[in-house]
Design a protein around this ligand. Structure first.
Ligand code: TA6
Length: 269
């Protein structure tokens, strides 16, 4: 088999260091399995794979707004980048490049599958005026049991607590999970990790150019109400998302660009 193949709307990468998958719709990564590891990225067994429908799991690219549109209730949640077909712009080694025209912006996105999963998203403002946007790599991680894992690195950060009306709160210690958790952490440090004692591994998440981190698990009731997630699978996932949203949204001068990166790697606990 060639290292990179394309069929049924997705690229499949098969290298000694890792295997991966990315759909052209949304430039949506759905799989990254480093050699001798379990899958690191969660993909819902109930996901729809249909034109214009967001895949449940993987790494949706959220752009140009996060959550509901600020003024248009008809506009899709989390923007349109995750449901549009992107342009394939080339591949080298295990890295694939994609582009999306999203006027007044252009997005360039590189996904590099290796022992590290390296993601680079560049937003360029192509207009002659300043423009603002939000962006997030809405990464779903596969975990042994969300109730047993901890997210390290966010102690002391302020967060917006969505289930509590977006109240601002201060994080004490690691983030652990005992119910619905949906938080936007602001001004977060460059190195975070998910500690998973059940699978004896730590998933390190290193980021640049991204000030916010979103942490989400819908828990039992909300998951059961989501047809593409369901009553069982939610325990095996946690979203730790790299982005620039809310207070950390980006403003770009005419012609300016902004790049954010995330590097994900796994080590034994
Ligand atoms: O990132 C967390 C979040 O914004 C949650 O509020 C949430 O419901 C989730 O993303 C999933 O959104 P989606 O539009 O994919 O159903």
């Amino acid at each position: 088999m060639a290292e990179i193949e394309f069929a049924d709307g997705k690229f499949t990468v098969d290298r000694p260091e890792a295997r991966g998958e990315v759909y052209l719709q949304g430039a949506h990564v759905t799989r990254w399995v480093p050699a001798a590891q379990r899958p690191v990225i969660f993909l819902s067994p109930n996901s729809a794979f249909a034109p214009g429908r967001a895949i449940r799991g993987g790494i949706p690219v959220v752009f140009p707004w996060f959550g509901p549109h600020p003024s248009d209730p008809q506009a899709p949640q989390h923007g349109y980048a995750r449901t549009r077909p992107w342009l394939f712009a080339g591949a080298a080694g295990g890295a694939l490049q994609f582009e999306l025209a999203a006027e007044p912006f252009r997005l360039r996105y590189e996904v590099a599958f290796g022992a590290t999963l390296a993601l680079t998203l560049t937003v360029e403002n192509r207009s002659s005026q300043e423009a603002g946007c939000e962006a997030a790599l809405h990464s779903y991680f596969a975990v042994s049991d969300v109730a047993a894992v901890a997210v390290e690195g966010l102690a002391g950060c302020t967060y917006l607590d969505k289930p509590d009306g977006m109240r601002r709160k201060l994080q004490a210690g690691d983030v652990t999970f005992a119910g619905e958790t949906d938080r936007v952490y602001l001004d977060t440090p460059p190195q975070l990790a998910i500690r998973d004692p059940g699978w004896r591994r730590r998933i390190a998440i290193d980021k640049t150019g991204a000030a916010a981190t979103i942490v989400w698990n819908p828990w039992r009731d909300k998951a059961a109400a989501m047809a593409d997630l369901g009553a069982e699978a939610w325990r095996g996932m946690v979203c730790v998302e790299t982005g620039n949203v809310a207070d950390n949204a980006v403003r770009l001068a005419a012609g300016a660009s902004h790049t954010m990166t995330t590097a994900i790697a796994v080590a034994a606990l």
